[in-house]
Design a protein. Structure first.
Length: 314
């Protein structure tokens, strides 16, 4: 499986930050958590971002939201229409509940598979990148290469204000403190299997992923995706395959199907069941799961749901 694709998708895992906590402050700005007053001010001025659909079946409606896994604080809080949908729902369905200690422990356990497989010819280049963010070389022996490069990518974006802690999952998971029920659509095992497969990485894949860190191409691709989400730009999202430079070979295309399309039908099963039991529910899943004929909106329509895009007024 392409390490590039695995690294891009690993931004969905809070496990990327467990390594970044080892980065020294002199290399990477520390995470700045907002005060209560800042949060209140941000909520008062929050704009709707991302992608929202109203889904209806059997006389009830729920909500489907295309989320983002790493974000700026200024864009982290839901805007008026998204907030209204959240307030109508008592159940929040996420890919995973990244505030659940058991889930995080399992992710870290599974994320160590395939660790340490650094091609000898690339060790010096990797050390240069680790030194830039003050990560110790010992980290390589405890984390899969896709998660390692994801961590380097997260740290590289921190200076621009992006954090996984400001991602949709963490913001929405915090609503359980306000009486919302959080439900996971996937398990740590199923998601890590989709991301890492058998855990093996070829020297060519390793070199490709390292080059993306060195020349900032991976960062540029991630920022383009984040900007599309912030602008609710569905066209750029839907044309991801045209500009991601990640579908150039049959293997890369097959890998992307595994990472996205093949995970969608089981999630649709769970969404349909939750809707029948607990509607209205608010479902938030990574935005790349929303596109194409195998995206969640299309699959839900095939299951008899009326699917309506909610336009934002920004």
């Amino acid at each position: 499986m392409s390490l590039l694709l695995r690294t891009v998708r690993c931004f969905s895992l809070g496990i990327a930050l467990f390594a970044s906590k080892n980065a020294a402050a002199e290399c990477v700005p520390p995470l700045a958590m907002p005060t209560v007053e800042q949060i209140q001010a941000l909520q008062a001025s929050a704009k709707d971002r991302g992608f929202l659909w109203k889904i209806s079946k059997d006389g009830s409606h729920s909500w489907l939201y295309g989320s983002i896994h790493i974000n700026r604080l200024s864009a982290a809080l839901p805007g008026p229409k998204t907030l209204q949908a959240l307030q109508q729902s008592q159940t929040i369905a996420l890919e995973l509940d990244l505030t659940d200690p058991a889930t995080l422990a399992k992710l870290q356990q599974l994320g160590s598979q395939g660790a340490g497989q650094v091609p000898a010819a690339l060790k010096s280049r990797l050390k240069t990148q680790l030194d830039k963010v003050c990560l110790p070389e010992t980290i390589v022996s405890g984390i899969h290469p896709a998660l390692l490069f994801s961590t380097l990518g997260v740290l590289g974006l921190r200076e621009a204000g992006f954090e996984t802690a400001y991602g949709t999952e963490y913001v929405l998971a915090g609503t359980k403190n306000a009486g919302k029920r959080i439900v996971a659509l996937e398990t740590a095992e199923s998601q890590m299997h989709a991301l890492l497969g058998d855990g093996k990485v070829s020297p060519a894949e390793y070199a490709e992923a390292l080059s993306l860190i060195e020349n900032n191409n991976g960062q540029a691709m991630t920022i383009k995706l984040l900007d599309a989400w912030a602008a609710s730009d569905l066209f750029t999202l839907e044309t991801f395959a045209d500009w991601c430079n990640c579908m150039n070979t049959p293997k890369q295309r097959a890998d992307l199907r595994r990472l996205l399309d093949e995970r969608n039908p089981p999630m649709v099963d769970s969404i349909a069941k939750l809707h029948s039991q607990s509607a209205p529910i608010f479902v938030a899943v990574g935005s790349l799961h929303m596109i194409g004929k195998n995206g969640l909106p299309a699959l839900l329509a095939k299951r008899g749901f009326k699917v309506e895009r909610v336009s934002f007024d920004n």
